[in-house]
Ligand binder design. Structure first.
Ligand code: UDP
Length: 322
């Protein structure tokens, strides 16, 4: 890392939910941060408070095109991608492009700048898993031609490309497989379970549980995820590492939990299960515990409270829930 000046990090997708939290964390750690985003799913509102910081720079850019950054770079965190099922259904080609071409461009830049590179990969690499919980050595069960395939396969390709840059060019690469994460700055209307349930609960509308609600997920609070990513970047581990909270629950129980927390009297209504919706998902985090000394700290109750406070704040500013 450069010594004379602050270390510099490029964060692609930096105006998104996870990217904006990473920008904040890297600034707090003394980095100069260059945030790139084409704003198709990212939002300037997520990073507005950072513009006053002289070490924060924003560039509106599509990272699937040539990326140029003036000066040295110590770290590149590639977080650009639509990331909720309704977003990648709306932007299927962009999702494939940012996972493939965008990852290639970001890796090329890492190679040129001799920067460390961290890929935001995903539990979607495991698809509808036949092994439970999912550890990093499981190769997954993905339908390449289903509607979710655009995201899952783009991320699988991105992992392969990242390993190729490591093996062929010697780039210092890291791969984080991110499991379901929630917290402030999720878009209220991004269609994922948590924003959907919270907005429905707040407005007293029926909570839309897909299928019979017996499918499971394991939800991690964003601050825990960011801590795991920060530690992984600074570790020596090249192969993929799961970061997520192993606290698994059914989606029906999750909906009930949100209802309880908000004191809502919404009804639960059952809707059709989306195609290829994984039936179970839970990270095996033994590797992250061993290598990074990391494990999640924020309880679901605490994380949900903080998220609810954020959503209520945005509502008070007049933002629409739908
Ligand atoms: N889900 C639901 N109701 C909603 C939104 C999502 O029951 O309004 C379900 C979805 O079918 C999945 C789980 O909640 O089984 C998590 O969905 P999400 O879109 O948050 O993330 P995924 O893990 O599927 O990428």
């Amino acid at each position: 890392m450069s010594t004379a000046t602050r270390p510099r990090a490029l964060i692609t997708g930096g105006a998104g939910f996870l990217g904006s939290h990473l920008c904040e964390r890297f600034l707090a750690e003394g980095y100069e941060v260059i945030c790139m985003d084409n704003l198709i799913t990212g939002d300037l509102q997520n990073i507005e408070h950072l513009f006053a910081d002289p070490y924060f720079h924003f560039e509106k850019r599509d990272v699937t095109e040539y990326i140029h950054v003036v000066g040295e770079l110590d770290a590149i965190l590639h977080f650009a991608s639509p990331a909720s099922p309704i977003d990648y259904l709306e932007f299927p080609i962009q999702t494939l492009k940012v996972g493939s071409l965008g990852t290639h461009k970001a890796l090329g830049l890492a190679h040129a700048k001799q920067a460390r590179f961290l890929l935001a990969s995903t539990s979607e690499c495991y698809g509808d898993p036949l092994v439970h919980p999912q550890s990093e050595d499981y190769w997954g069960n993905v339908n390449p031609v289903g509607p979710r395939g655009v995201y899952d396969e783009a991320k699988r390709f991105a992992e392969a490309m990242t390993m190729a840059y490591h093996r062929f060019h010697g780039v210092a690469t890291r791969i984080v497989r991110i499991f379901n994460t929630y917290g402030p700055r999720m878009r209220l209307n991004d269609g994922r379970a948590l924003p959907a349930f919270m907005s429905q609960a707040i407005e007293g509308r029926p909570m839309t549980v897909f299928g019979d609600g017996s499918q499971t997920r394991s939800f991690c609070y964003v601050d825990d995820l960011v801590e795991g990513i920060y530690r992984l970047l600074h570790s020596d581990e090249v192969l993929p590492t799961n970061i997520g909270n192993p606290n698994e629950m059914t989606i029906l129980d999750f909906a009930r939990k949100v209802m309880e927390l908000t004191g809502s009297e919404s009804e639960i209504t059952f809707k059709e299960l989306p195609e290829d919706d994984p039936k179970v998902r839970r990270p095996d985090i033994a590797k992250a515990r061993r290598l990074l000394g990391w494990e999640p700290k924020v309880s679901l109750d605490e994380g949900l409270k903080r998220t609810l406070a954020f959503f209520e704040g945005r509502l008070a500013q007049g933002e629409s829930l739908r």
